[in-house]
Design a protein around this ligand. Structure first.
Ligand code: FE2
Length: 279
């Protein structure tokens, strides 16, 4: 499996026990109809394959994060199918919405047993905050006044805990013109709050269907490949990348350091429509 971004050759199993071990699955784009494909790929099949590989490679992580665009058609049956998969893992799982999701429906259908749609959780000296960056009927992202107020409350409630903020949309441009039309619309209000709270170590997102890692104002920013189709980095226009579905693991250390790496399926799923101009 992948190494950490700073090239330390660390595997998940070698990580110290005291770290908070997290698995991120993102942009699963499931459908009501389990046979439906997105850009030629059966998204349920690739989700199941990525989840199985992730559990095999990481054993039992402490937490599983599903960072939006979980169900492409926001269908009840899509969410129930996802719930079934997450329940079977028995791992505490935290879901947040993407532009393809319906946040209210997610909260209604996914908040059961080990699966949660809640604003935050605290564990092993860390606070994880889950924001809703969606705008109704719009693919772009925004941390609205309510979410900013919630973020402030949660940051002030746990000043002594290292903090990871999770949201669907990428908070800053990733250098891809078409994708960056959907970037967070109000990064300044978000980062003004973040830099006022030095316990924030990183922001983790989905949405971009590609790897992205940088540091901004001292905060690590991480984006992650999808469990289905990937988009080519740095392209002005929509372009499908011939990279297999994958996931990210994170090890949140007691001293605030974050180790993280990526892993992907061994092959590109058959049927991927590389020539597609959009979806
Ligand atoms: Fe998205």
């Amino acid at each position: 499996m992948g190494s950490s971004p700073d090239n330390k050759q660390v595997t998940f199993q070698q990580l110290p026990d005291e770290s908070l071990k997290v698995l991120q699955l993102t942009d699963s784009h499931l459908y009501a109809d389990p046979s439906r494909c997105l850009l030629g790929i059966n998204t349920l099949e690739t989700f199941d394959q990525v989840l199985a590989q992730a559990l095999m490679e990481t054993g039992t992580p402490d937490l599983l994060l599903a960072t939006g665009d979980l169900v492409h058609d926001a269908s009840d049956s899509g969410y129930k199918r996802l719930l079934g998969r997450l329940r079977l893992t028995e791992i505490p799982s935290y879901c947040l919405p993407g532009n393809h999701d319906l946040p209210g429906k997610m909260r209604q259908l996914l908040n059961q047993d080990n699966v949660h749609c809640i604003p935050s959780v605290q564990a092993k000296g860390w606070s994880l905050i889950f924001l809703d960056s969606t705008i109704p009927n719009n693919d772009g992202g925004r941390i609205d006044k309510g979410q900013l107020a919630l973020l402030k409350v949660l940051l002030e409630a746990h000043p002594d805990k290292h903090t990871l903020i999770c949201m669907h949309h990428h908070p800053l441009p990733v250098g891809s013109r078409w994708m960056d039309t959907m970037v967070l619309q109000n990064p300044d209000s978000f980062f003004d709050l973040v830099v006022d709270h030095p316990q924030v170590k990183a922001v983790l997102c989905g949405h971009i269907h590609q790897v992205f890692e940088t540091v901004y104002k001292g905060v690590k920013l991480m984006g992650t490949p999808s469990t289905c189709v990937q988009f080519t980095a740095g392209e002005d226009d929509f372009a499908i990348d011939a990279t297999p579905p994958g996931y990210r693991w994170l090890s949140l250390q007691p001293d605030g350091e974050i180790l993280s790496g990526l892993s992907s399926l061994p092959n590109i799923p058959s049927g991927l429509d590389l020539a597609s101009m959009g979806y």
